[in-house]
Write a protein that binds this ligand. Structure first.
Ligand code: SAM
Length: 283
């Protein structure tokens, strides 16, 4: 409900992407939005203060951590209700991309306030645009699981994806992850994009074994990493395999369902599979 302090129309949450290492990657619009906001919610105020000082932005900062700050969303909503505008930034790159913000954006929208998103740097997209891997479709897997078994399960499944896969990885774990990848697929072409936009930006290409050899020759692997690999080769399914699959499905389900399941399994068109399943069923 409105009160005397409310300034309707100005209240909004502006989600602002910031650089992933190179301060020059801030957009003009991002600087203006942070200057115009009444309050900036960030992860680490010390990190964000460096950016704000560089661009002469005097807007007050407040730290916001999605998982621990149980009362903060209410406080930020109260500021919106009072007619203020709030900007959300993170330590680096685009908020909500392996970074906090999703819950806040959801709550702000649910409360009926406007949300704007300002595009800018994102490590995953920067890596994709420079890696030279197929980019028409891609799958962003965020951070990989820590525990060995969960990591292996995740990698096994991710290696089957028909799109280029991107993961965020830490320099401490990259060698172990590459060892798992090498054991699961010795020929897949990978890319390690390290320290993007920074002085020591580096792109390593090759199999998991090639990149492991290059990195393990160093005293220490440093910097921030995006790991990418090419899509799984599309399997070509021959007519005998299609028939065998349909024959195994037909006794258990309708022609329509068999065609659907065969389409999901093979990537072939459902209507052609339906016709073939019908022909097989009718002998
Ligand atoms: N929201 C950010 C974005 O838009 O890219 C990512 C935040 S996530 C917490 C941090 C991870 O992103 C790092 O561990 C690393 O995997 C990746 N990353 C961030 N900056 C990078 C850079 N300059 N080069 C390579 N990877 C980077």
């Amino acid at each position: 409900m409105g009160d005397a302090t409310e300034k309707p129309g100005l209240s909004k949450l502006v989600v602002v992407a910031t650089p992933i290492g190179n301060l020059g990657d801030m957009t003009f619009r991002a600087v203006e939005a942070l200057k115009d906001a009444d309050l900036i919610a960030c992860e680490d105020t010390r990190t964000s203060r460096v950016l704000l000082q560089h661009y002469g932005i005097g807007t007050p900062l407040i730290s916001y951590h999605e998982h621990s700050d149980s009362g903060k969303p209410d406080m930020l909503l109260a500021r919106l209700r009072a007619g203020e505008s709030v900007a959300l930034i993170t330590d680096a790159g685009t908020p909500l991309i392996s970074d906090p913000g999703y819950k806040l954006v959801r709550e702000v929208r649910a409360a009926g306030f406007a949300v704007e998103a300002l595009p800018g740097a994102c490590a995953a997209i920067t890596a994709l645009s420079g890696a030279g891997l197929p980019s028409d479709r891609f799958y962003f897997a965020g951070f990989l699981p820590n525990k060995t078994q969960a990591l292996n399960t995740a990698l096994t499944s991710l290696l089957q994806r028909p799109e280029t896969v991107l993961c965020y990885e830490s320099p401490k774990r990259i060698l172990a992850t590459l060892e798992h990848l090498a054991a699961l697929d010795a020929t897949r072409q990978l890319c390690v994009a390290r320290e993007l936009t920074k002085r020591h930006e580096e792109w390593l290409h090759g199999t998991a074994t090639d990149i492991h050899a290059a990195l393990s020759a160093r005293e220490q692997v440093r910097g921030e990493i995006v790991l990418l690999w090419e899509p799984a080769e599309e399997k070509t399914v021959g007519p005998e395999e299609v028939d065998a699959l349909l024959q195994s499905l037909l006794p258990k389900m309708s022609v329509k369902e068999a065609a659907k399941q065969a389409a999901d399994a093979t990537g072939l068109g459902r209507s052609a599979l339906y016709q073939r399943a019908l022909a097989l069923k009718n002998g």
